[in-house]
Design a protein around this ligand. Structure first.
Ligand code: ZN
Length: 276
């Protein structure tokens, strides 16, 4: 099996994790820009972080044969500092231009405040102008209201749905996100958010079209292999290999593949078996 995890924060993971992921069949990943655990105070610390994601982190992944991509943004949690967000966005363009950047994200709401909305709208505008895939974080608290507000803004700004991944969906938010027709709907399999079994049941209810599953593994008690555990739960529920393939490979490749920077390389062993 080969799989793509389109939402994982390798900045906070070890080389052991990279090795386990490669051994389990993960061949490509995307790391969205996130909150580092303490609020940044200067635009320069964002830019250094963007520099890290677009240079060093890809080299760590390449050592175990994983293709590494990232998404760049000012995250929802730090959008509350409006001045910092504005100054950071003013210098973000050069990082969005870098060759391993395939999306803008993650953006959206944390506490659903006016300042968060301001940064969200500004970054949606940037992504639409660049025709880039967009990863949208939905809040952990008051998730349904945050998701509704998110979709209202997307509609009002006429953001093309096919570019958008509305992420971290649950049973409760899926009807709202699916209502933004044509968008991609992400689910995060994470101990405190959603189990593999619940993910499989949501896929049974809604089908696998434009559905994405990820680990969002970070500093917390998360699991960088949880996408593969969701695939197992899908099998156990009897949804079939087509659904497994959709969530582990075809759908994330389809969403990231809208960026010309996504150049997934077929592993050598597979290329060889195609030739013979
Ligand atoms: Zn994340």
């Amino acid at each position: 099996m080969r799989a793509i995890d389109h939402h994982i924060h390798m900045y906070s993971r070890t080389t052991d994790d990279y090795e386990r992921m490669a051994a389990a069949g993960i061949v490509a990943i995307m790391e969205p820009a996130f909150w580092l655990g303490s609020a940044r105070r200067y635009p320069g610390t964002f830019w250094d972080y963007f520099n890290h994601l677009t240079t060093w982190e890809g080299q760590r992944a390449a050592k175990v044969g994983i293709d590494y991509y990232c998404a760049i943004a000012v995250n929802p949690k730090e959008s509350e500092d409006a001045r910092l967000a504005e100054e950071t966005l003013a210098g973000m363009g050069e990082y969005l231009d870098r060759p391993n950047v395939v999306a803008l994200g993650e953006i959206g709401f944390n506490n659903i405040t006016p300042n968060e909305e301001k940064a969200f709208r500004a970054q949606l505008q940037i992504a639409v102008e660049r025709n880039m895939p967009i990863m949208i974080h939905t809040p952990h608290v008051d998730k349904l209201r945050g998701t509704k507000r998110t979709v209202d803004i997307l509609r009002e700004m006429k953001v093309p749905p096919h570019l958008v991944d509305i992420d971290h969906n649950t049973e409760e938010t899926m009807p709202v996100s699916r209502g933004f027709e044509g968008c991609w709907c992400g689910m995060t399999v994470y101990p405190t958010k959603l189990s593999p079994e619940r993910t499989a049941k949501i896929l049974k209810q809604w089908g696998s079209r434009r559905m994405l599953v990820n680990s969002s593994a970070d500093w917390g008690p998360s699991d960088p292999l949880s996408l593969l555990r969701a695939a197992e739960a899908v099998r156990k529920l009897g949804l079939g290999e087509e659904v497994v393939r959709a969530i582990t490979f075809d759908n994330p490749a389809g969403w990231m593949g809208m960026s010309p920077n996504f150049k997934f390389r077929v592993p050598a062993t597979e290329a060889e078996s195609t030739v013979t």
